[in-house]
Design a protein around this ligand. Structure first.
Ligand code: AMP
Length: 122
């Protein structure tokens, strides 16, 4: 899948639409999810044009990968989540229900999150 420069996170990175920023580094930007699914729900995105975790893991540079992984941990610590705990999640492709085609990691926290995932209702 080719990267779409008009996806909503690309527009946020270019400053064309606002976001509720919580963190920025050379390689990553983090902001609050617009439709939070937990008391804390933050998205961390790389600054480079990667469609998903699959694209990022295959094609990003070592520096981008290291910078991004560091950023995810930094964001969680800065939000005070390291001690109570949190969950990270990344969707890739149709079966995951990925909606925005710019790689992002969700950080969920602020409450007991239960066990993993629930299958869709039949
Ligand atoms: P995914 O289903 O993994 O692609 O997740 C996309 C996430 O982006 C969802 O949780 C949306 O609520 C969130 N989202 C969509 N548009 C925005 C926006 N403009 N600002 C912040 N979060 C957004």
């Amino acid at each position: 899948m080719a990267y779409d420069n008009e996806n909503i996170f690309a527009k946020i990175l270019r400053g064309e639409i606002p976001c509720d920023k919580v963190y920025e580094s050379q390689h990553a930007l983090a902001f609050n999810d617009i439709a939070p699914q937990a008391p804390v729900h933050v998205l961390v995105i790389p600054k480079g044009p990667y469609v998903s975790s699959d694209d990022f893991s295959a094609n990003a540079s070592e520096a981008e990968i290291a910078g991004f992984v560091r950023a995810v941990g930094d964001v969680a610590r800065e939000l005070g989540l390291a001690d109570p705990g949190y969950r990270i999640l990344a969707n890739h492709g149709p079966d995951s229900g990925q909606e925005v085609s710019h790689f992002h990691i969700h950080i969920f926290g602020g409450q007991n999150l239960g066990r993993m995932i629930k299958p869709p209702e039949q």
